[in-house]
Design a protein around this ligand. Structure first.
Ligand SMILES: [Fe+2]
Length: 345
């Protein structure tokens, strides 16, 4: 197991790099934009392929690195479904799992610090974002924060985890790196309350200044930017309407890039092939399944995913691998569903 806790001294943010082995797939939690080169260096040194970049919530105190990591590694960006961030590749909800090879996180919806806050449980540890800090809790006075919701998230979700569960927060300002659920229950001053009202009173009495970078970070993090624009400029995208016109044609092959759990949750466009995004490089290579399929049938590949982000990156990779005519559905299944496009389970 590879587990790296990395620290950004400017924003006091912890970023976590996880993988099951050298040479395998990796996942990163809460990367900071200014540290992206550092993460890429570590990934190279450990011979890891970054598959997913996850943010626990929309941060107000630093600019997220998930967009830059996506642009430089073609990784999948992941946030909760409540997040107002313009485009992430995959959205999770309470109980969903975020998987890479040998690593599986369970998403736990924990609103309170913000209304899009998630914690991620992995075996003996939990990544608590800004919901539960070491001897503290994340402020609840902006970004749709809500101390009542946070009390519920902490007392009825996080504190139900086993006492010896390791707590890895998104920030620390006092020099601590890790705690446990039992330790926080016993010693976290904000958790020594006898009622939700008492907790709310503590949180409402904090009277904190806004984070220094808030006016910059919040808008920047809400607009990570589409990787779809450039694909469109090259004429490699179809609107959902255009796709609906084309799907029944015999010279078209729809390719679903989503993971099995997403397909089961949302449904599938009838007649599509399944080729998960994480296997894309192998599939579009000269001897790959999609490459051979396109060559032998002469069909035009139309990629799609949840929001059009993975499929935009897939079109780029397919075109680079020599699969001419590959295109994707702009806005993904989300746009398709909004138009009432047919789905099957
Ligand atoms: Fe935060």
């Amino acid at each position: 197991m590879i587990f790296r806790q990395m620290f950004d001294g400017v924003s006091s943010t912890y970023t976590y790099l996880l993988a099951s082995r050298r040479g395998g797939e990796a996942l990163i939690i809460d990367p900071v934009l200014d540290r992206v080169d550092h993460y890429l260096q570590r990934l190279r040194e450990l011979d890891l392929r970054l598959i997913k970049a996850v943010d626990t919530h929309l941060h107000a105190d630093h600019i997220t690195g998930i967009g830059a990591l996506r642009d430089r590694t073609r990784c999948i960006t992941v946030m909760g479904e409540q997040s107002g961030v313009d485009v992430v590749s995959m959205r999770v909800r309470d109980g969903d799992r975020i998987d890479v090879e040998g690593v599986s996180l369970e998403a736990v919806y924990t609103p309170g610090h913000t209304d899009d806050s998630y914690c991620f449980v992995m075996e003996d540890r939990v990544f608590t974002g800004d919901t539960l800090l070491i001897r503290g809790t994340g402020r609840t006075d902006f970004q749709n924060g809500d101390p009542r919701a946070q009390y519920e998230s902490i007392f009825n979700k996080l504190l139900n985890l086993p006492e010896d569960t390791l707590v890895y927060p998104a920030h620390d300002y006092k020099g601590d790196t890790v705690s446990t659920i039992g330790e926080e229950r016993a010693f976290n001053p904000r958790l020594q309350v006898s009622s939700v009202d008492e907790y709310v009173a503590i949180m409402e009495g904090l009277d904190l200044a806004n984070p220094k970078m808030m006016d910059v970070a919040v808008p920047a993090n809400a607009h990570i930017g589409l990787s779809q624009d450039e694909i469109e400029a090259r004429g490699w995208s179809l609107s959902a309407e255009e796709a609906m016109e084309l799907v029944r044609r015999p010279d078209i092959a729809l390719v679903d890039l989503r993971e099995k759990a997403e397909r089961e949750k949302t449904g599938v466009i009838p007649g599509s092939l399944h080729a998960p995004y994480r296997d894309l490089d192998d599939n579009v290579a000269a001897d790959g399944m999609l490459h051979e399929f396109a060559a032998s049938t002469g069909k035009r590949l139309v990629f799609y995913c949840a929001f059009g982000e993975r499929s935009a990156m897939a079109v780029q990779a397919a075109q680079e691998a020599g699969i001419a005519q590959a295109c994707h559905i702009r806005g993904g299944l989300d746009a398709w569903k909004k138009l009432g496009g047919p789905l099957e389970s």
